[in-house]
Design a protein around this ligand. Sequence first.
Ligand code: ADP
Length: 493
Amino acid sequence: MGKVVMALDQGTTSSRTLLFDRQGKILAVAQREVTQHYPRPGWVEHDPEEIWQSQLATARDALKLAGLAPADVHAIGIANQRETTVLWDRNSGEPVAPAIVWQCRRTAERCKAIRAAGDEPMLRHKTGLVADAYFSATKLAWLLDEVPDARRRAEAGELAFGTVDSWLVYRLSGGRLHITDPSNASRTLLFSLESQTWDAELLEYFRVPDRVLPTVMPSSAHYGDTHPELFGAPVPIAGIAGDQQAALFGQGCLEPGMMKNTYGTGCFMLANTGERPVRSEEGLLTSIAWRIGGETHHVLEGAIFIAGAAIQWLRDGLGIIASAPETEALAQSVPDTGGVYFVPAFVGLGAPYWNPDARGALVGLTQGTGRAHVARAALEAIAFQVAELMEAMTRELGKPPDALMVDGGASANDFLCQIQADLLGIPVDRPRNRETTAAGAAYLAGLATGFWDSPEEIRALRTTERVFEPRQTADWRAEQIASWRRAVQRVLL
Ligand code: ADP
C-alpha cells in the first residue's frame, strides 16, 4: 500500500501538488505559476499545454521533495479551477484553442441575449445556475463557432471538451480516459440537476454535439491509472472535484447544514444541503457537491467578488500597508473605525444586491481618520459582506450552521475571524490544515482506494486550530449590520 495520496490542485494562478500521509499531514508542496493571457479587454485565457506541463512538473517536484517513488503514491485526486473550458483533438491530444478561463467575459453579450429572450428561468430550473459568461456552455459554444472547422470535427467525434479536471485526467491517462465528475459537470450549464446527466435540451439549446462530452463519473472512484511512462509506474486516479467543492469536503463539511467560507481574493461560501438541491430566489447558485457511491450531495453557493482584494488595494493601490498580515495589528491599534465604512464594490456588488454598476466608497471620513481606521474598515467590510451573504443563505436553508468553517489566505487574520464571529453570532472555526482544497481532493481519492476507510475517518482528519466565539449581543449585531447597509446604500446607483 502506498504511503501517500497525491493531490493535484490546479488553480487559476498556479498548479500545485501536495502529498498527504494517512494522518492527513502534508509531506510536500510543489507549485508552479500559470501564465494569464489577456488577448482583449475582459478576455482571459490559459494555455492548456502549460496547465498540463506545470501540473505534471509539480507532481514530479513533490515526489522529489518528499524523497518518494511513484510506487509510494496510493492514488491521485484532482481539485481544479472550475468552469474553465478546454477543447482538444481526441487523437493527437492537442488543444485546438486556448482554454477560456472562468473569468473571461467574451460571451457576456450572448448571455445578455439569453436573458433578453426570457430563457434564463429555464436554465436556472434545469441547472441551478444563472445565464452568465462564467459557466462553460457559452464558452464551448463560442469555440465551436469560432475555431475553424471545430463544429464539423466535433460532430464527427474528433474533438473532446472538458473542464480542467477532464483535461488533466485525459493527459494523465495517456488519452484513455475522457471523464469528469458531477461537481464540475454541474458548473457547465449543460447538466441537469434533476436527472444528473447531460441534458439533451440544453445541448440542443447551446448547439453542443454530445460526442464532445466527457463521461460523468462519481467524484470518488478508481477511474483508471496514469500512463506508466509519466512517473515510471502507473498510479490510480481516484478523485475529482471542483476546487470549491473540494474545499468543502476538505473542511469535513460532509453533513447537510455544514458550511465553509473561503477568504481569498473574493469569498466563496458553500453550504452542504445533502441529497436535496435547494433552489434560491436570492441569486445563490445550486450545484452538486460530490457524488460518492450512489449518493449525491448538493451545495448552495454564494460569492463575494472583493474580499482579500480590498486588502491588496490598501497595499498596492493606496500604499498604506506593506503587507496584508500587517492589517491585523493595525486594526487592533484603534478601538473602532471612528465611523468609517469601506464598501469595496470595485466591480459591482454580488449577493444579495446584484448591482453590477455600483462602485466602491470610503464613507464617514473625518480629519481624525488614519490608516488604522481604514485598514480596520477594510477587514470589517469583508466580515460585513460575509454576514449579509450568510443572512441570504440562512433564509434559504431555514437556519444558520452551528459554526462557519473558514479557510483561504485572509482567514489567517485573527481580527477578521473574531469580528466575523461577532457579526454572525456563531463560532468561526479555523482548521490547522488550511490547504482544504488539496485535502478534499486527497480525501476523495483516498476514500475510493481504501487509503482511508470511511467518511468518519476523513472527518477526524480535519482538526481545529482555533475557534473564535461570538462575543456580542444580537442587538449589537443588528445595529452594526444596519450601519453597514446605510453605507452600502450610498454606493447603489
Ligand atoms: P486566492 O486563492 O484568491 O489567490 P488566497 O487564498 O491566496 O487567495 O488569499 C490571498 C488574499 O488574502 C489576498 O487578497 C490578500 O490580500 C489576502 N490576505 C492574505 N493574508 C492576509 C491577512 N493576514 N490578512 C488579511 N488579508 C490577507
